[in-house]
Design a protein around this ligand. Sequence first.
Ligand code: PLP
Length: 407
Amino acid sequence: MPHSPLPTRESLREVRYDIRGELSRRARELEGQGRHLIRLNIGNPGAFGFRAPEHLQAAIAGNVHESDPYTHQQGLPLAREAIAEFHRRRGTPNATAERVFVGNGVSELIDISLRALLNPGEEVLLPSPDYPLWSAATILNQGRPVYYRCAPENGFLPDPEQIEKLITPRTRVLVVINPNNPTGANYPRALLEKLVAIAAKHKLLLMADEIYDGILYDEAVFTPLAPLAGDVPCLSFGGLSKVWRACGWRVGWAVLSGDPVRVGDYHHAMDLLSALRLCANVPAQFAVPAALTGPETIRELTGPGGRLHESRRAIIDCCAASEHLDLVAPSGALYAFPRVVGDAAVGFDDQAFALELLETEDVLVVPGSGFNVPDSRHFRVTLLPDAALIREVFARIERALGRHAAQ
Ligand code: PLP
């Protein structure tokens, strides 16, 4: 008798992660056939020749012999103290080591933080476009994503009035991703203050995904959310993956701020869930004090003449020279999110285009719809390759879009 396939969790049908989705599978197949692809789908600094600063590597190597035991579920005390101190310096209220949770990347903490909060059917306000793990973790923890639009016409910034209209008695969280993946938007202070006011009025928990907090271009200045939030409960996420180019080490953190009485039960819930997974990867936690007290090496890459600075410039120039592409220049993070316009946009489908680009031009991008955006004319590229490779990629994209425009 034939065996029927093992059924899997039904809610997974609503979950997508196109950054490593079907196109990546096809890319591996093509590489298996000997094709040389340019992969712009993942914000993986190590894959583009970036390395974690040497003093961070030394901090791990020098402490490997201390790394055998499990640590406290919230993390190694010396790492948590360094994170708390880092947050105190930027003005996060009540930032003590007790309020710090270290995880295997921010990814794990996003899941834990939503699991600790949501009851079935409760709503999470997410940006559209979003970093899709936020939608996935909401759905898998039985919540419901409700999207507030961050449209290119508005510089990819949220509209506080629209956010407020989306709030219902079931809304629990307002998620803010700043600087933003995939758009590169950097939110101004006045806007963040309005978001805090909304959270205060409607008794929402703020979740601030600030993993790109040190990656800013030109005159852009990052404003952390927690210092503005004051007593309003806020969970701020950061980590070593991007600013310190160490995404393979899997170190992220979340800092819980706000009125101690209001966040007490939530703190216990986070602690319990942290305990169930025992602890995060220990050796890599030794790099945290070195990272947070050492030189800000990222500025050499994002400042004038730096590799990321030049790559971003190249993307901006390529899009400006194209009659097929519109771009809101990214102010921060590691991505650009151009939109196809003009003749090439007629009948354009981002999924079909991304596949065609892979098959015909050996370039792997992520279709914009993978970021839960109601507009199928975008795609995301990472600006991690050097400027020469960026120009090569955009020449190929231009060729493919030219074929569309001519159709
Ligand atoms: N949040 C955002 C906005 C991201 O872009 C990423 C990774 O790309 C993550 C969280 C997860 O980072 P990690 O798990 O490596 O700390």
